[in-house]
Design a protein around this ligand. Structure first.
Ligand code: NDP
Length: 328
């Protein structure tokens, strides 16, 4: 039995691709996976209020939003398999996707939506305040009343850290940017913006080493990396912007990835370098990283897959695929 389409991953990209593919009568098989986030549904399963997803004027809890998108995928006939994919073979057609429970599926097309994982520092006290003072997404969590008119800290010195710090000045009284070295890695334009911002204070050679609080976060202990001295910084928020790790370990030797490990997609499409395989969501996007952009690229991938499959409806499955025309 050869499936039409396997979707790997279950964030907004994966389930949206499943909705579109289901409605196109492709009977998609979705491997929901849970090892990256600990639970199917992707990064939104560990968020609280999502206030920027269109259609929810009062906001919606991340897990509830994912549950609803999942329900919609089920309604359109997606077959959901709650299991991690542990191996893929894209060198033979039809492609093979194998899961942890030793299920091996042959498929004509694949959409990869395995997302990315925000890097954490694993500080003492971090678990207690995760999503309750500590976050890895200013756009998602910045407007939380905890941070309004408060002092907050951002860790990192790249473009993301600068973006987060600038964004947080809308809400916070003061933003402390903790940079572990004596320079920023961010682009010069972005650097100018923080250097000239009255609400942003840069702490060079500074690394957070632990967090403290009671019901909410109250303080971050910061180490001076030159002298080793430790001081208390009174803040009610700590935002990590130290990079993301795309969940692409499975595809390393099979698909073209960029230097940071993100899957390369072609032009304005979600096509990868292998015809018949698309990538959507954060696994191929390090710029926007929003639930809505993820869902948008999931939709694009499903439409592209549907067109590609219908162009090849008469192609025999097995042997070499019909790769004559370009993807998408
Ligand atoms: P980067 O890898 O560029 O930067 C990570 C930052 O975090 C660096 O300053 C690094 O310090 C610091 N860091 C890493 N580990 C630690 C740690 N353990 N403790 C303290 N600090 C740490 O990641 P970004 O997410 O900022 O950017 C990723 C890519 O996305 C880049 O190519 C960036 O240009 C791009 N991007 C583009 C945007 C745009 O175009 N609008 C917006 C956001 C990102 P150090 O420098 O010392 O290594």
């Amino acid at each position: 039995m050869v499936e039409n389409l396997v979707i790997i991953g279950s964030g907004p990209a994966g389930y949206t691709a499943a909705i579109y593919a289901g409605r196109a009568q492709l009977n998609p098989v979705v491997f929901e996976g849970f090892s990256a986030g600990g639970i199917p549904g992707g990064q939104l399963m560990t968020t609280t209020e999502v206030e920027n997803y269109p259609g929810f004027p009062e906001g919606v809890q991340g897990p509830k939003l994912m549950q609803q998108i999942r329900q919609q995928a089920l309604r359109w006939g997606a077959k959901l398999i709650t299991d991690d994919v542990i191996a893929v073979d894209f060198s033979q057609y039809p492609f093979t996707v194998a899961s942890d429970d030793l299920l091996e599926v042959k498929t004509r097309a694949v959409i990869i939506c395995t997302g990315a994982t925000a890097k954490r520092l694993h500080l003492p006290g971090e678990e207690k305040f995760w999503n309750n003072g500590i976050s890895a997404c200013a756009i998602c969590d910045g407007a939380n009343p905890l941070f309004v008119n408060a002092d907050i800290a951002v860790v990192g010195g790249g473009d993301s850290a600068i973006e987060e710090a600038l964004y947080l000045t809308k809400y916070a009284r003061q933003v402390h940017l903790l940079v572990r070295s004596n320079c920023l890695r961010a682009s010069k334009t972005m650097q100018e913006r923080v250097f000239n911002h009255s609400q942003i204070h840069i702490h060079w050679h500074s690394s957070p080493i632990s967090v403290e609080g009671d019901r909410i976060l109250r303080c971050v202990q910061v180490q001076d990396n030159l002298t080793g001295a430790v001081s208390d910084l009174a803040v009610s928020g700590l935002f990590y912007a130290i990079g993301h790790t795309p969940n692409t370990q499975l595809f390393q030797d099979q698909l073209e990835l960029d230097e940071a490990g993100y899957i390369k997609t072609q032009g304005k499409s979600t096509a990868t370098n292998i015809p018949g395989i698309w990538a959507a969501g954060d696994v191929q996007d390090y710029v926007y990283r929003q639930a809505i952009t993820s869902a948008g690229t999931g939709c694009m991938a499903a439409l592209e897959a549907e067109r590609w499959l219908s162009q090849r409806r008469l192609s025999p499955v097995g042997g070499t695929p019909n790769f004559v025309s370009s993807v998408a």
